[in-house]
Ligand binder design. Structure first.
Ligand SMILES: [Zn+2]
Ligand SMILES: [Zn+2]
Length: 499
């Protein structure tokens, strides 16, 4: 009795193996005599057999692991055979590398073997309860399992979808019907299974993540913040004295650096040059004998040097490399009593579709502007509007000179590291903008402001006409009340000028 689809792995294995035997005959393994169709057919049949076989190995490995659980002590299967863990025992039998066994065990566990009652020969205290119970199966996972066990997808594709989607975070949305997210997960699985044939495994995993992020916008922010907190840069010298570095990127910086490196590598990868100087350019690319890694290194160093040598009074905000984010206009609202723009939904990187949390979309909208695109009901773009750009180059210069650096109270980042935050109403006013409504914030302070819901307001003294800027902490999650604002002070040397 099996819970698998109509064609069980064992049946598929024997069928495919029989076809392979038909094609090869009984002699030596000689493929040179096969015609093209037979050769490709042989590969397809052998692959089909291997997929079924891998599935059987995975399910068996998981069962060995289950019968060798730590709790079982010396009574465990592996332990009785002189191994410390189930993985060790499976490794010895299969000759697979440790990582392969671990993956096989995971795949097997995901498949949740049908046999659940196992008698264990051990001491008098032995009970079946000591063997970890098999978890209940949700519909979306069942769909995936059936696709794997019927041979529709490979183990690698199964893992890509499984890992990319993760579990539906039902606890994160207490107001939703508890069936809502699992049902959405099942729909996503259907779609991904349909697309699995046409995508590479990496793309499939990406698309599964895109689906998850689309269905779990709160998680997008949590994951972003987790990865932001994990950002790091470390250098060390090896035995010979050569320095190495290891970088862990946050999502925002990763998108930026990808765009930059893509641009550097494009002449090698992208379409061949056309036009008058095409031959010269192609020659130049061919003459460049650097490896891609050397080219990426040189590009990064050049950017770092330029940054280090930058004029500290010139902001980089007006020459950001092209990271484009797609967000639905309905997700952008001119909300709250202060009239500030707020993004309520998740955006997506134009390249790769990775989800971008609302706060980061806000940050980009705020500093870099937007191009509105109108769609019809059938998803055809109707019209591309005027670019809504916030501050011109000269306006940025003016703001930079006025404030002298990141305006956040405890931050000392110079203007050269600043973006420009627009304090209110800009979305409503279609990007029309005034230097009085802009303040410089370094990237980290700007991200923090939008991600955590801080606000900056301007107050104009009616009598003197002098503007002051105030930083308001996010509203208290319990009461919804705003805390005491802090006065923001210019860091420009001009502030010392005698009035
Ligand atoms: Zn901003
Ligand atoms: Zn700052």
């Amino acid at each position: 009795m099996s819970s698998f689809g109509s064609a069980s792995p064992a049946l598929r294995l024997t069928d495919a193996a029989a076809r392979v035997a038909d094609r090869l005959g009984t002699g030596d393994l000689v493929v040179a005599g096969l015609d093209d169709d037979d050769l490709l057919g042989l590969l397809a049949d052998a692959t089909e057999a291997r997929k079924a076989l891998e599935l059987i190995v995975a399910t068996g490995s998981a069962e060995v692991a289950r019968r060798s659980a730590r709790d079982l002590g010396y009574g465990g299967l592996a332990q009785k055979r002189g191994h410390r863990t189930g993985t060790g025992l499976v490794q010895q039998i299969t000759g697979l590398a440790r990582g392969d066994v671990t993956r096989a065990v995971q795949a097997g566990e995901d498949l949740a073997p049908v046999v659940s009652v196992v008698s264990v020969e051990r001491g008098a205290e032995a009970t079946d309860a000591a063997i970890p119970a098999l978890p209940a199966v949700s519909q979306w996972l069942q769909l995936l399992r059936e696709a794997l066990s019927s041979g529709r997808i490979t183990q690698a594709q199964f893992h890509a979808i499984r890992a990319g989607l993760g579990e539906p975070p039902v606890d994160r949305y207490p107001d939703l019907d508890p069936q809502f997210l699992p049902a959405a997960w099942a729909r996503a699985v259907h779609l991904l299974l349909d697309e699995a044939d046409t995508l590479t495994v990496e793309d499939l995993r990406n698309q599964a993540r895109v689906a998850r992020d689309r269905l779990d916008p709160v998680g997008v922010t949590l994951r972003f913040e987790e990865r932001f907190a994990a950002r790091s840069f470390r250098t060390w010298a090896d035995g010979s004295g050569q320095r190495h570095a290891r970088i862990v990127f946050d999502d925002d910086a990763a998108a930026w650096i990808d765009a930059m490196l893509q641009a550097a590598l494009r002449p090698r990868r992208g379409p061949r040059f056309v036009g008058a100087d095409a031959v010269e350019k192609s020659k130049a690319v061919k003459a460049d004998d650097r490896t891609n890694e050397q080219l990426q290194y040189d590009t990064m160093m050049a950017v770092l040097r330029t940054g280090a040598n930058a004029d500290p009074t010139q902001a980089f905000g007006d020459r950001q490399p092209g990271v484009r984010i797609v967000v639905e206009a309905s997700a952008i609202v001119a909300a709250d009593e202060r009239g500030s723009m707020q993004v309520t939904g998740v955006g997506h990187l134009e390249d790769g579709g990775q989800a971008v949390p609302a706060g980061v979309v806000e940050k980009y909208l705020c500093d870099a502007g937007a191009i509105p695109i109108l769609w019809d009901a059938d998803g055809r773009p109707l019209d591309v509007g005027r670019e809504l750009r916030l501050f011109s180059r000269t306006q940025r210069l003016a703001i930079g000179t006025r404030d002298g650096g990141c305006i956040w109270p405890s931050c000392s980042a110079p203007i050269s590291q600043c973006e420009f935050h627009h304090i209110d109403h800009w979305w409503e006013h279609h990007g029309r903008t005034d230097v009085d409504d802009g303040v410089p914030l370094c990237r980290n302070c700007h991200l923090r402001l939008h991600n955590q819901g801080w606000r900056i307001t301007r107050h104009r003294d009616e009598e003197t006409g002098i503007d002051t800027y105030w930083l308001h902490p996010p509203p208290d999650p319990q009461t919804g009340e705003f805390g005491e604002p802090t006065r923001l002070r210019s860091k420009s040397p001009r502030r010392f000028t005698a009035a």
